[in-house]
Design a protein. Structure first.
Length: 172
């Protein structure tokens, strides 16, 4: 890759991640959809506390995570990148700056005034700094096999249902 290609890939990662409301993050387990903010060249997210999003296993300091960014309008995969994971220490300068951005994006918080205090006590704030990025599409579908469930699909429609629906239309 040339230097121009590297800069173009970084710009794509930044713009796509800024505009997307959700990113898919995979540590050591399955990927999870997480809300985030883009702050100072990295995706910042909060989780693993009561009332907050569960973070995927393996998002520990010094680890690497795979991030997939979807298109906000179509929902399709735009870019995937490998992130360097940093867990921010509560009340550090970087933590305060990140939480200031996160507070503005957190929707429906039950305790908006004391949210930062709760995050410091009970949650983790994680910074995902982009490393290598991939814009090529995968060969396979990346579809996961659904987990077993007792739920079933609905039964076939009764034979009389189409006549009943057509009869209602005729009355109008």
């Amino acid at each position: 890759m040339t230097a121009a290609d590297v800069l173009l890939a970084r710009a794509l990662v930044e713009e796509a991640t800024k505009k997307s409301g959700l990113i898919w993050v995979r540590g050591t387990g399955p990927a999870r959809a997480l809300w985030h903010v883009w702050h100072e060249g990295a995706a910042v997210l909060v989780g693993d506390g009561p009332g907050e999003q569960p973070l995927p296993p393996g998002l520990d300091a010094g680890a690497a995570a795979d991030v997939t960014v979807r298109s906000k309008d179509k929902g399709g995969r735009l870019v995937a990148w490998t992130a360097d994971v940093t867990v921010l220490e509560p009340h550090s300068e970087a933590w305060e700056a990140a939480v200031g951005e996160l507070k503005g994006k957190r929707l429906n918080a039950p305790d908006a005034e004391r949210m930062a205090e709760r995050w410091a006590r009970e949650c983790r704030v994680v910074r995902l700094t982009p490393g290598a990025s991939r814009t090529d599409l995968p060969d396979g579908s990346l579809a996961a096999t659904p987990l077993p469930t007792p739920a079933t699909t609905r039964r076939t429609a009764p034979a009389a249902l189409p006549r009943l629906l057509l009869k209602r239309r005729g009355r109008r």
